[in-house]
Design a protein around this ligand. Structure first.
Ligand SMILES: Nc1ncnc2c1ncn2[C@@H]1O[C@H](COP(=O)(O)OP(=O)(O)O)[C@@H](O)[C@H]1O
Ligand SMILES: N[C@@H](CCC(=O)OP(=O)(O)O)C(=O)O
Length: 366
C-alpha cells in the first residue's frame, strides 16, 4: 500500500456475518487491528461495511427467499448489530453513515456528505458507511457496497481503496470453480478482457461479486485512487499492506486523475434526460459547450429541471458527455420546436449556454 494518507476499507458480508446468524468477530480482529495501526501512522480510515442483511437475516427464520421488504427489514435489524460489533473493537468513537445513490448523485447532498465525512475525520471519529437499505428503491440504490465504497473514496478524496473479499484478489477465472485459476497481481488498465474474468459470486451472502469490484476499481482509479482487492480472511493480508506490499490485486491509479467534479459527473451523477445532437457534432469539451444551443439539439429526451445532469448523445448513438443543464426539458423542447425566432434568440441570450464549461464530463465514446 503506497504511502496513503486516507484509505477506504470495504468489508464484505462473508467477513462480518459468515454464518448469516448475526455478526461474528472471528475475522474482524485483524481488520480492526489494521485500522488502529493505520490511524497510529496518521492514515485516516473510512470503513464501508456490508453485513447488515446477513446479520439480521436470522431474525426472520422463515424467509427462505426473502422479499425486498423483508431484506430491507433484515438490513435495518442487522445494522445496529453490525455497528455495535465494530464499535466494540475500538477505544475511539465511530459514526454511522447510511447512503443511497440518490444522495450521492445529488450534487448538494454529495457536498454535504463530504463535509460530514471530513468533520468526522477531523475529530478522530471512524465513519462506518453502508447503503441505506431501508429507503432504497431500484432507482435510488447503488446496489452493492463495492461500488458504494468507490463513490465514497471519490467523495472523501481518499488515495487508497481496499476491498476485502473472500478471495485473494482477481483471478483469471473464478478460483472457487477452477483449480488452475491464477491470481492477477496488478492491473494497470481495466479492459473488457479484465471484466470477462469475473464470473458470478459463489458465496451465499455476497451481493456484488467480482464484477462490481472491478467496476469499483474503475471508478476509484480514474479518481487517482490505488485500489486493492485482498483476502480479508487472511491475517497476513494486513501485515503485508502495512509493510507497503500488495497481498492481492492492485489496480493502479490513473497518472492524470479526473478532477473531483468531473469524476462525480462521470461516475456518480445519474442523467435525468438526454440531449441528442448531430452525429458530426464537435466532440471536444468546448465544441460541445460552445455549439450546444437550442437549434443544435435535434431531440430532448426525458423530463429534467435546471441543474439536473443530462447525457449529451450524438444522433448515431455515441455517449459524448454528461453535463449540468442550464435549461429545463420543457424550455428546451419549446426552443427546439421554434425556428430561429426572435423569442428563442432572446431567451438564449438571457440564459446563456445550454451547458457550462465547468459542468461537463466527456465520456469514452460508446
Ligand atoms: N475472476 C474471479 N476472481 C476472483 N473471484 C471471482 C472471480 N469470478 C468470480 N469470482 C467470485 O467472486 C467472489 C467474491 O465476490 P463476493 O461473493 O461478492 O464476495 P464479498 O462478499 O467478499 O464481496 C469469489 O468468492 C468468487 O466466488
Ligand atoms: N447494504 C448491504 C450490502 C450488501 C453488499 O454489498 O454485500 P457484499 O457484496 O457482501 O459487500 C448489507 O449491509 O447487507
Amino acid at each position: 500500500m503506497k504511502q496513503s494518507k486516507r484509505v477506504v476499507i470495504k468489508i464484505g458480508s462473508a467477513l462480518i456475518a459468515p454464518e448469516q446468524d448475526g455478526c461474528r468477530s472471528r475475522y474482524l480482529l485483524s481488520i480492526a487491528q489494521f485500522i488502529v495501526r493505520c490511524r497510529a501512522r496518521g492514515i485516516e480510515v473510512i470503513l464501508v461495511s456490508s453485513g447488515s442483511v446477513a446479520a439480521g437475516s436470522h431474525l426472520f427464520p422463515n424467509a427462505d427467499k426473502p422479499t425486498i421488504a423483508v431484506k430491507k427489514a433484515m438490513a435495518a435489524a442487522g445494522q445496529t448489530e453490525m455497528m455495535a460489533t465494530w464499535d466494540r473493537f475500538f477505544d475511539f468513537p465511530s459514526a454511522q453513515i447510511l447512503l443511497t445513490h440518490g444522495d450521492l448523485r445529488d450534487r448538494e447532498r454529495y457536498t454535504s456528505i463530504r463535509e460530514t465525512i471530513f468533520t468526522l475525520l477531523d475529530h478522530g471519529i471512524l465513519p462506518i458507511i453502508n447503503e441505506n437499505d431501508t429507503v432504497t428503491t431500484d432507482d435510488l440504490k447503488v446496489g452493492d457496497n463495492d461500488n458504494l465504497s468507490a463513490m465514497v473514496a471519490g467523495a472523501a478524496d481518499a488515495d487508497g481503496l481496499i476491498i476485502c473479499s473472500d478471495v485473494s484478489g482477481l483471478y483469471n477465472k473464478n478460483p472457487n470453480l477452477h483449480a488452475d485459476a491464477e491470481l492477477i497481481s496488478e492491473v494497470t488498465e481495466i479492459t473488457e478482457e479484465i471484466y470477462d474474468m469475473a464470473g458470478c459470486p459463489t458465496s451465499k451472502v455476497g451481493t456484488g461479486g467480482m464484477k462490481t469490484k472491478i467496476e469499483a476499481a474503475e471508478k476509484a482509479t480514474s479518481h487517482g485512487i490505488d485500489t486493492y482487492i485482498v483476502n480479508g480472511f487472511e491475517e497476513t493480508t494486513f501485515e503485508l499492506l502495512l509493510a507497503g506490499k500488495n497481498p492481492g490485486t492492485v489496480f493502479t491509479a490513473y497518472d492524470k486523475p479526473m478532477q473531483e467534479a468531473v469524476h462525480w459527473m462521470t461516475h456518480t451523477a445519474s442523467e435525468q434526460g438526454e440531449l441528442v445532437v448531430e452525429s458530426d457534432y464537435g466532440e471536444s469539451e468546448d465544441q460541445i459547450v460552445g455549439q450546444l444551443s437550442g437549434d443544435e439539439i435535434t431531440e430532448v429526451k426525458g423530463e429534467f429541471s435546471v441543474g439536473d445532469t443530462v447525457l449529451v448523445r450524438s444522433k448515431d448513438g455515441k455517449r459524448l458527455a454528461k453535463a449540468t443543464t442550464n435549461y429545463s426539458s420543457c424550455l428546451l423542447n419549446f426552443l427546439t420546436e421554434q425556428e430561429e425566432s426572435p423569442i428563442s434568440e432572446k431567451i438564449q441570450d438571457s440564459i446563456g449556454p445550454v451547458i457550462s464549461e465547468q459542468d461537463i464530463a466527456l465520456l469514452e465514446k460508446s
